[in-house]
Design a binder for this molecule. Structure first.
Ligand code: ADP
Length: 295
């Protein structure tokens, strides 16, 4: 099973021809509310792709919270460890332009009130094959999850987003780090992904740097780096491409598939997601991904 300790947000998405500059007003084409949040996105991606997934985190006591929980459940994610706490759910205010590029403001809401593990979380993490972590919960909660996983010998996969300096203890408890190229540069000060990967391998045993339409770069201690191309597709909305990639990777690795095959399959799943609008709404099913992977 896959445990996810992370955020749940309602994405408030404005589709605009071109994102406004500060002080500018533009007329957009469309507005949608779509369940998102990096944690929930990774959970849904993995569950749609056939993973058995438990989500640990919190939603607010508002309408968004009800919808966010329902969306997770509808994709087959176990939500018993998703708390409902006082106040607003997390929200992400997203602008997507005609090129498919996005800019995002995240307001943590309920996610900000997850400061550690609750009774039962430790055994949920201990029962999993891997724990997926991101940085949209307070760092103390992420650390508590990573510690619990370590104590149980459970593999930890950390998406270091949004980018921020990582405490040594968190890096030490991370098995696989999956930054995008911007996060890798922020962590290392190196813009060349190969050099950034090399630097990150001093901190963690395995790294995947995602490179958008250019694919991804896998590096592990004592192995030659591996570049995985992304399928050439027409991107309409790249929101959650990275989360789809990580969810898919966790499923494939959990099934015991070799890393190169797992990475290729994750790229196929992520490429399917960028061809449709939204975060969770864009994520492919197992059948779609297996079919596209054969094509
Ligand atoms: P994030 O969404 O975290 O910024 P990336 O943009 O690097 O991450 O995307 C993650 C993965 O999704 C990439 O490694 C790639 O496999 C896939 N992907 C992203 N954008 C595209 C695209 N335009 N075409 C095909 N695949 C893409």
């Amino acid at each position: 099973a896959i445990a996810v300790l992370g955020s749940t947000n309602m994405d408030l998405v404005a589709y605009v021809p071109k994102a406004p500059h500060p002080g500018e007003t533009v007329t957009g084409r469309e507005f949608r509310t779509v369940p998102g949040g990096k944690g929930a996105n990774q959970a849904v991606a993995a569950a749609r792709l056939g993973g058995e997934v438990v989500m640990i985190g919190a939603v607010g006591a508002d309408e968004f919270g009800v919808r966010l929980r329902a969306a997770l459940a509808a994709s087959g994610v176990e939500t018993a460890a998703l708390r409902t706490v006082e106040g607003a759910s997390g929200t992400a205010h997203i602008t997507v332009d005609d090129e498919g590029a996005n800019s995002i403001i995240v307001i943590p809401g309920a996610n900000g009130r997850v400061t550690g593990l609750e009774p039962g979380d430790d055994s949920r993490i201990g029962a999993a094959d891997c724990l997926l972590l991101q940085l949209e919960l307070p760092l103390e909660a992420v650390l508590a999850g990573a510690r619990a996983a370590r104590a149980h010998g459970v593999r930890t996969v950390l998406t270091p987003a949004p980018a921020q300096p990582l405490p040594a203890e968190l890096l030490a408890a991370t098995d696989l780090l999956v930054p995008n190229e911007h996060e890798a540069a922020a962590l290392t000060g190196l813009t060349d992904p190969h050099r950034a990967a090399e630097a990150l391998l001093r901190e963690v045993p395995e790294v995947v740097i995602t490179l958008g339409a250019a694919g991804s770069l896998y590096a592990a201690r004592g192995r030659a780096p591996l570049t995985v191309p992304a399928p050439r597709v027409r991107a309409v909305d790249t929101t959650a491409a990275g989360d789809t990639f990580v969810g898919a990777l966790a499923v494939a690795l959990g099934e015991g598939r070799p890393v190169p095959e797992a990475l290729r399959w994750a790229s196929v799943a992520a490429a399917l997601s960028v061809q449709r609008p939204g975060a969770q709404s864009s994520m492919p099913t197992r059948t779609e991904t297996d079919t596209a992977a054969l094509a």
